[in-house]
Design a binder for this molecule. Structure first.
Ligand SMILES: [Fe+2]
Length: 174
């Protein structure tokens, strides 16, 4: 049997190695299932093993911090451990529907564009939006959460709705 190059990263063992708490492991498994389900809309165009690997490790940075920087810290951890860059980029770009360079500068992240680009990056970011803890939530819940955090007119809200429509085929309005 030929194993995918990403196969080794979608076991929860990797999260245990980096001392992630149990709730992160359970959340990551739920995100993996949701991302896999969303990926069915794109059969043939998506690397499912990469989606599974990125889902499993997307919150590895939560072993160090609960804040928004966990995406960047997680990406650094993986990069320093020789994890393939396409997995690292899924992790770095998984907050909401991504963060622009301008927004990153405002919130004190290293000046860089953190928007998801590939289908695999988008699938993991949005599966994470739609899983709260281990529970599936709907888009209204996600929009309410980010409006509370960032304000009703923040551009990231419409970005999340646009990403949702792109990945689900729905036509939700802002
Ligand atoms: Fe996260």
């Amino acid at each position: 049997m030929i194993l995918s190059q990403y196969n080794q990263y979608y076991s929860s063992n990797i999260l245990k190695e980096f001392n992630c708490p149990t709730y992160v492991i359970e959340h990551s498994k739920a995100v993996m299932l949701k991302a896999t389900n969303l990926a069915f809309n794109f059969k043939g165009d998506v690397d499912l093993d990469l989606v599974k690997a990125g889902s499993m490790v997307h919150d590895v940075g939560r072993s160090k911090t609960k804040g928004i920087k966990h995406a960047i810290i997680g990406a650094d951890i993986l990069r320093n451990n020789g994890v393939p860059s396409e997995i690292v980029e899924i992790v770095e770009r998984h907050i909401g529907a991504g963060i622009t360079r301008e927004e990153a500068e405002i919130i004190g992240l290293p000046s860089k564009d953190y928007l998801p680009v590939t289908l695999e990056e988008k699938l993991v970011a949005h599966a994470d939006n739609l899983i709260h803890g281990t529970n599936e939530v709907d888009l209204d819940f996600v929009v309410r959460k980010w409006k509370n955090k960032l304000g009703v007119d923040h551009p990231s809200i419409s970005r999340i709705i646009k990403l949702h429509n792109e990945l689900t085929g729905e036509s939700k309005l802002p």
